[in-house]
Design a protein around this ligand. Structure first.
Ligand code: BTN
Length: 324
């Protein structure tokens, strides 16, 4: 109900009467009044004027399920959201929920992760009060071999959410979001499969929003939205924009079960497009010119006049001068 009240107040042009809130939500004035007080305690500034009603004056950067939900449509795929002040890893929690038969679209958001996971077994350091750590579950009818494409779909959605905040990020194939040559967001997709079908997929996203100090090991390659702009951000808004954008792209993905409808859009933000890249495998390193992606999300690289397809997971791709 908190989410509904926030949604109504935010959408309203000015005041909303107590009567109208009661009617829209089918609850008593006392119930509305109680929630208004809870919101005030949480740092919202809500004007209450006799005979006019309520108006939302200020919203704190308050990451909560209600805050995110209130920014999504009621018919959103992502209408079941769990929020935790602290958790081990949002990916791991979504896995638990999936094993307990939660429906597709369940979302877990945390303010702090004590065991955040990055790709290739790395740790994802997850301090509190600063960033977004969010995972959601999908259950597409899909060949398991196609699941990794969803990471690229998610990268597009994060790009759109960052654009809404006046950034112009690029994507380092397959799924790192880059601002000024440094990583601002990482995506970790995990799945549970049977022989030929997917039980569930977990897509986990970490966005550096307000963090201004990074560990020595990553400080040259990591950045945040705050560091790049000096501005403050509302994390719930960014999380909701991301989920909305993902839902749209996911629907397009499901039409073809590949990236054919999204390829052009993805390539428009590809950091390495037409640039020299190093392909760092376990045994050898080669270089070539990145030429975009194919419909399955593999990177096309021109090496000695021939186009080769590079699969994500197999290798790490770096620009010729450094990280991007
Ligand atoms: C990467 O290494 O680039 C991927 C980082 C993914 C981090 C996110 S934070 C939310 C979710 N929970 C995790 O434990 N990891 C992902």
């Amino acid at each position: 109900m908190k989410a509904d009240i926030l949604r109504i107040l935010r959408d309203a042009d000015g005041f909303v009467s107590g009567q109208s809130l009661c009617e829209q939500l089918g609850v008593s004035r006392t119930a509305i009044w109680k929630i208004m007080n809870q919101l005030k305690d949480e740092g919202y500034v809500i004007k209450a004027v006799n005979r006019k009603g309520y108006a939302l004056d200020y919203e704190p950067d308050h990451l909560s399920a209600a805050e995110v939900k209130s920014r999504l449509s009621e018919s959103s795929l992502f209408n079941k959201i769990y929020y935790f002040d602290e958790i081990t890893s949002t990916n791991d929690y979504v896995k638990k929920l999936s094993e307990a038969d939660e429906p597709e679209g369940v979302v877990v958001i945390a303010d702090h992760q004590s065991a955040g996971k990055g790709r290739r077994g790395h740790e994802w350091v997850s301090p509190s009060g600063q960033n977004i750590y969010m995972s959601f579950m999908l259950k597409p009818e899909l060949d398991p071999g196609r699941a990794s494409m969803l990471t690229l779909v998610c990268a597009l959605a994060v790009r759109d959410a960052l654009k809404k905040q006046q950034f112009d990020p690029v994507i380092k194939w397959p799924n790192d979001l880059i601002l000024s040559g440094k990583k601002v967001c990482g995506i970790l997709t995990e799945m549970s499969t049977q022989m030929t079908c997917i039980n569930y997929i977990v897509v986990g996203i970490g966005i550096n929003v307000m963090q201004t100090e990074f560990d020595a090991a990553i400080k040259d390659v990591a950045t945040s939205m705050k560091l790049e702009s000096g501005r403050d951000f509302n994390r719930a808004q960014i999380a909701a924009d991301l989920l909305k954008a993902f839902e749209g792209y996911y629907a397009q993905f499901l039409e073809t079960k590949d990236l054919s409808l999204l390829k052009e859009n993805y390539e428009a933000s590809l950091a390495n497009m037409d640039k020299e890249v190093r392909i760092i495998g376990t045994k050898e390193e080669r270089s070539g010119i990145a030429k975009g992606i194919d419909n399955t999300g593999e990177l096309l690289v021109e090496i000695d006049g021939k186009i080769e397809r590079i699969m994500s997971g197999e290798v790490s791709v770096r620009g010729i001068l450094g990280y991007v």
